[in-house]
Structures are given as C-alpha cells and as structure tokens.
Design a protein around this ligand. Sequence first.
Ligand SMILES: [Zn+2]
Ligand SMILES: [Zn+2]
Length: 332
Amino acid sequence: MLIDDAYAELGLALGASEAEVKAAWRRLVSRWHPDRNKTAIALGRMQRINTAYERVRLAGFVPGAPAANDAAASAAAPQPAASGRPVRRRVRLTLEEAALGCMKVLRGKTMNECARCDGRGHRVLADACDVCEGHGIVRHRAWYGWVSTTATCSACHGERMARQVCDGCDGAGRVTRAYRHTVRIPAGVRHADVLDATETGGPFELHVELSTHRFFVLDDDGMLRCEMPVDGFAWMTNRWVEVPTLSGVQQMRLKRGHHVYRLRGQGFPSGRLGARGDYVVTVVPAFPESLSAEQEALLDQLSATPSTGPLGTWQRKLRAWDRGRPKASSAS
Ligand SMILES: [Zn+2]
Ligand SMILES: [Zn+2]
C-alpha cells in the first residue's frame, strides 16, 4: 500500500499528526470491527484499515506535526501563512463545550509574506548597482597585485541593479501579524476532528482536542457514560440521587436491583443532524464498612425474612437438589 493510499484509507491528509492517525484508526476500528459490524464488507475493510495504520506507523510520523500534548507550542510560534494555506491551530475543548457547541477566541501570530516587496525583502531600483558598477561581480585583488579573484556582488546579489531594503519588513520579506478571532465551534465535535474556519485573518484549520473529564467518558462510538458510587441503602430504597449531566447536576431516581440507567437525549450529539444521543449512568452501590449495633440488628431482621422471587426459587431448588443427592458419607 502506498503511503498516500494509507493516509486516504484512514481518511486523513498526508502529514497528519500521530494523535490524529491514532484517533482516526480507533474510530474506524469501532465502526468496522467484525464483532460490531455484521456487514459482508466489514472484515475486508478492517484488514485494509489495519494495513494502512501499520504502513503509516512504519513510515514514521511527520516530524514537527503536532503531537497530542504540546498545546502551548502552536500558539506561541508564529506560523507561516502562505496565501491560501490555512493556519493550523489547536483548540482544546471541555466535553461540555464539544457537546453543546461554543464560541472560542483564537489569539496568535501569523507570519505573512510582506505585501510591499512580495516577500523579496527589497526593491530593485532603476539604476545600476554602484558597488559593482553594474557588473554583478566584484574583483578582489590579492596583495601581490597580479592575481585577482572574483566574487558575486553581495549588494545586488549579482543582478547588477541597485537594491533598496524594503522598509515594510526591514528586509526580512515577511511580517508577523497578531490576530484575535472569535470562532463558533459547532455542537458534537470529537477529539482529533479538523474544522475549517474562514476568518478575516485567513483560513484556519482547527484541530480539536477534548480534555478528559472528571465524570464523563466519551466512548469511541459516541456514547457518553458516567460511573458513580451511590449509597447502597438509598439504592435499596429507590431514593433520588444527584447525577452529573452535560447541563449540570440533575435528580435521578434509583431503582433497586438496577445498575445501568439510560438518560434519553442527554448524551453526546450524534450524526449530522446533531440530535443528542443517550447518556448511560452506571451506579455502583456502596455499603458502609462498619455498622452500629442497631443497624446490625435491623439487617439481621431483614436477612431472616424468607426470600421470594428468583432468589426464593433458587433456594428451594438448591435444598431439593441437596436432599435428593446420594449421601456418600453414610454409604461407606
Ligand atoms: Zn552589485
Ligand atoms: Zn518587504
């Protein structure tokens, strides 16, 4: 597989960063893995994705392409903005910002070609260069007089015409310009997504980075999850508990015996239409490690109560099975 084809298979442009390659691969795997995808083409597609990933990995990632965790670097160094080429920028978002959309202020510097000299750093005048008198070369006479060497004139670079240093860029050919733009981030962007933002300062290519959240986990398939401890007794008595959601703390009713709760429409936006998916809360009932004598007595009463339902059935079956078993010890 050619390297260009490998990047294309992963849906990336040549020169994507290591983080982007890994994110693209993970996403494709979650979509095409034959365990999840039962279509006839899944296996073939999965093999191509893995071949492409291996090919890109072996070729080595492009040096200088931003890795996932050097966010400061891109903002600090001015970036060359050749006309038409977008300025690469990283945007770090919280999960809430990514899910609901937000406005972000981009600040930075771009290095543009000097418009006054078209990037040359100088202006060519109508007169001949007076250092080389229009010859383009200068002659250096050696001390013994009869031998001389020639060199290209450093004043006109051999072009024979006089030059004037551009005062727009002090001869550098490029000018650094500070920018500050407010961009709208649409709802539902994911880690390693690349957004195009066309702003007055030139087009931007925004590389999304999602910060890890203290409560939420966003799965590769876009499912938003949270695992939280709940008081075991509150769980047994179907109490209300507070759960974190993308829009803040919310009340949720526990249901004895149930660990997984699906909050409809409270998850991450999915698909192009941006409808919110479900949010899955997994509760882990926690019981106190030590109990008072009074609590122990109450629990004793509860566990003495005959069991009903599936547990009662199980216990009856277990006793019946034990009674019907040949008693090995008495026979011998
Ligand atoms: Zn000259
Ligand atoms: Zn200039």
